[in-house]
Design a binder for this molecule. Structure first.
Ligand SMILES: [Zn+2]
Length: 218
């Protein structure tokens, strides 16, 4: 089982050395300060009583008993440790941005942040707007075409009426022709009967062959 210490060590193999270097720098800094305050007399380094008393008081105090100014010098040292740790530890993941429509976290796809529920709702709204626009345009076109359609309709009605009248006329002509045909058939029958009673082959065949129209097929 790996501990947090193992994980940190794996992330930064030289972290221990960096912290040890910092510890040395803190110790040597303190020693420099101490010797600067010391006075050499007769071959002895002597420390002022007031310094000794202050350091003893600080030495015997817990951190929360220090003054804020004293705490600040320890805080400055703590910041030096934090700087080293910040450099080696991975940055915590940044929280996703919040959608300003629904105020829920957005989702990331291909490096882009989007709110997919809101995006879907927007797509539906866009499609509804397109449908409404298409309907409006359709209505406008129909309204524009309507007078033409009515004109064409009236024109077609007149043509239909004319065609009906023409048809009635043609039917009447057909009836007349049919009656004429029947009359000629009757005349032909009468002539044939007459020829049968008074045979005159040359004259009868002359009439039948040249003057009469062909008899309708029965
Ligand atoms: Zn949203």
């Amino acid at each position: 089982m790996t501990t947090v210490g193992d994980q940190i060590q794996a992330l930064a193999p030289d972290l221990r050395e960096q912290l040890a270097e910092l510890c040395h720098s803190q110790w040597s800094g303190w020693m420099r300060h101490l010797f600067c305050r010391a006075v050499v007399v007769d071959g002895y380094a002597t420390i002022l009583v007031e310094d000794v008393q202050r350091w003893q008081r600080q030495m015997m105090s817990s951190y929360d008993q220090l003054t804020e100014a004293e705490k600040d010098s320890d805080r400055a040292e703590a910041d030096r440790i934090l700087e080293i740790l910040k450099a080696v530890l991975p940055a915590p993941p940044t929280p996703p941005p919040i959608c300003f429509h629904c105020e829920r976290p957005m989702q990331q796809r291909d490096g882009e942040w989007s709110c997919y529920p809101c995006l879907s709702r927007q797509e539906v709204a866009d499609l509804q707007a397109q449908i409404a626009q298409a309907k409006t345009e359709h209505d406008r076109e129909i309204k524009a075409l309507w007078p033409n359609l009515r004109r064409e309709n009236a024109h077609l009605a007149i043509e239909l009426e004319n065609a009906g009248a023409k048809r009635a006329d043609l039917e009447a002509q057909i009836e007349t022709l049919r009656a004429a045909l029947q009359s000629i058939a009757c005349q032909e029958a009468a002539l044939v009967a007459k020829a049968a009673l008074n045979p005159q082959p040359a004259s009868a065949s002359g009439i039948l062959g040249q003057s009469l129209p062909p008899s309708p097929s029965r």
